[in-house]
Design a binder for this molecule. Sequence first.
Ligand SMILES: [Zn+2]
Length: 223
Amino acid sequence: MTYPPAGQRVTRNGITLTARMWAYLEASYTAAGIDPDAFLVVTQGSFRGDDAAEASGSTHDKGGAADLRTWNLPPSTQADLCEVLVVELRRRGGAAWFRDEDHGGMEPHVHVILGPVGSEADLSSGAQSQVHDYEAGRNGLSNKGSDYHPRPTQTPFAYPPLVELEGAYLVDAGRIVDVSGSQANELLEPLNASKGVAPMPYFQGSKPGFDAIVAAFGPIVDS
Ligand SMILES: [Zn+2]
């Protein structure tokens, strides 16, 4: 499995984000139980410069910014899904808020800045200021109000995306070995380094996990 460089700009349907940012959004949707292939629609991306929507100020001028469509999420669970998505975006290092008439006087959408904690560095001054607002427990709006969503512990988004490791099976130099999760991760670190795979992906005994292993290391042989 190969990934473009993290900071490479990738344009889909006229929306430009870094490769890392696309992967971050997809991982957050998946964790929220929302199929990104079906429901991830970015309505405003990054690097907009002078084209950025008036209401967004300068936040989308440079990197790390995205607006996410929410009206297309399944209606019966839409309110819940929006907040679940916001939490998963936050968990991976983003400053994310659901915006609507009551929160910013905007059409409903999720606005997210993947800041330095999430590894996007090239932020506009407006985006940086929203990250600071988030860190200070504020709402990121001009009224400097309080944050209105749950605030999970943040872990920087790992790119390429990690494949979750549950233990059971690992590949060591082409052999399947049976080890616990933490042992497996230790085993794989030098293996990955020797293959030039960085940063370290974690593999599990699932089909996607094995597919990733085969892609990275070649065919699997029983030990
Ligand atoms: Zn926005």
